[in-house]
Ligand binder design. Structure first.
Ligand SMILES: [Zn+2]
Length: 100
């Protein structure tokens, strides 16, 4: 079962840690959970290049997908391995909290 994604989780491309749009009142392991369509990063991932690899920019770090049946604040809970607008979340997440 995939594990829940939380604040600080990075993109598979490196960096782009979640630091924006997290749940204000739902936590796992004492960390705010990531929500599909809302959670993102203020940082580009490490593959960013303004001229040749602009898709790796901060605005594309947003969580794009999540659980089909587990929600927080009426949004799907994002999980390690779920896609972002560009890339996917590498984690580490909270390994003790699985979300189907
Ligand atoms: Zn990237």
């Amino acid at each position: 079962m995939p594990i829940i994604s939380v604040i600080g989780d990075i993109n598979v491309h490196g960096g782009g840690a979640f630091d924006q749009g997290l749940s204000a009142n739902v936590s796992a392991g004492n960390k705010a959970v990531a929500l599909a369509g809302q959670t993102g990063s203020g940082s580009n991932d490490s593959q960013y290049d303004a001229r040749t690899r602009s898709q790796h920019r901060a605005s594309n770090q947003q969580a794009a997908s999540g659980s089909a049946n587990v929600f927080a604040n009426n949004k799907p809970v994002h999980r390690v391995g779920d896609g972002r607008l560009e890339g996917a979340t590498a984690g580490p997440g909270i390994s003790s909290v699985g979300v189907n």
